[in-house]
Design a protein around this ligand. Sequence first.
Ligand code: URA
Length: 240
Amino acid sequence: CPSPALGVGPDYRPANEKPTATVSRQVKNQPNVHILPQTPQLIALLTMIRDENTQRADFIFYSNRIIRLLVEEGLNHLPVVPHTVTSPVGKDYTGVRFEGKICGVSIMRAGESMEQGLRECCRSVRIGKILIQRNEETSLPKLFYEKLPPDIKDRWVLLLDPMLATGGSAIMAVEVLKGKGVPEERILFLNLIASPEGIANFLEKVPKVRVITAFVDQGLNDKNYIVPGLGDFGDRFYTL
Ligand code: URA
């Protein structure tokens, strides 16, 4: 079934003056899936990176803006504790501060594109890497390399991969993290575009991981590319 279309534009605009755009599908009965609000800005940024005519420099620039939104949303899922400070005029402000340690883990190669956005929000954050590649013959993902912070089991993990297609690599990455003692509840999986199949597959295997995505697209094609998607994210970010 087609993805929903909605009038997109600032709230003060009358509905008949808002252009109709395709917005993310919602995912029902999955409290661990968090889709970014479908604001005019997000839709405009996604439109830029989906466009086959967008050249690499712009692709990087606009992807980075979406990545930044994802990281900021991801950080909303970390626990906070009460924290009161005194302002320069001598008055108290009752606020909060983050509690707990975090780290990023990127699924190579495309996930590495999200590291900078994480570093911009979390100075000197530790970042681990996992390389998983699909076996051409069996289509099954295989783990080739992992390098993770030694105390990762005590950290919240922001797992980074821009495209959630079949979910195979992401599930394997979560299994690696669980093998190091990280509970599913402490993993936040950040991605730009997800397929409904990928989300369903992922949550069937690792239901307690929180998925934070900018958009749930229509589906997968016969080559397991997300449609309409944006093509190969790693190629467009790094090599094209
Ligand atoms: N990875 C990509 O880069 N694009 C897709 O559409 C699916 C997986």
